[in-house]
Design a protein around this ligand. Sequence first.
Ligand SMILES: Nc1ncnc2c1ncn2[C@@H]1O[C@H](COP(=O)(O)OP(=O)(O)OP(=O)(O)O)[C@@H](O)[C@H]1O
Ligand SMILES: [Mg+2]
Length: 167
Amino acid sequence: MQIEIVSNSPVFTRNLGKKFSTVLSKGDIILFTGELGGGKTTFISGLAVGFGLRGNLSSPSFTILNEYRIDNTRKFIHADLYRLENMKEIDGIGLEDYFYDEISIICIEWGDRIKDNIEKDYLEINFSYLIDESSNGTKRRIVFTSSNKYWDIKLSGCEKMFMEDGR
Ligand SMILES: Nc1ncnc2c1ncn2[C@@H]1O[C@H](COP(=O)(O)OP(=O)(O)OP(=O)(O)O)[C@@H](O)[C@H]1O
Ligand SMILES: [Mg+2]
């Protein structure tokens, strides 16, 4: 299943992330793919707001992975594989341990780098620039793609929610 959304501003993208946080549960894995500056971190910072995490989400670019505690039963994991040199390094950060710890919600920027190595169901969210006459560089296409039943069901519940005004 696929849902395509056009975002006109960083605020819209952030709000979309905030809304989307409400459907996420422990064990969920989301791969963020697409262009540099597409809005992946912006969306994820909206998710963090939705989880009640305060302050600015620091980019994990240098650390590759940041772990936040949402509450007593849930963790939020934000990874960014942009600077990853090779697959061995992934083993080193212990990302996979979070997949199976049963308390983590995991967001992975540049997730296409490990796509082929993930055995659990995941959702992909792709970000790309949309250039048209009316855009002043702030238009983005955000495409949610599920290829398994678990995420199909979740996504179908999101369609209506996404359409509600959040600009
Ligand atoms: N509609 C939009 N949605 C999200 N960000 C937008 C939008 N329009 C403009 N921007 C700007 O684009 C940039 C997006 O940066 P962001 O760090 O979220 O992207 P990213 O996909 O995480 O990049 P990277 O690939 O470097 O990790 C920000 O400077 C933001 O203000
Ligand atoms: Mg980013």
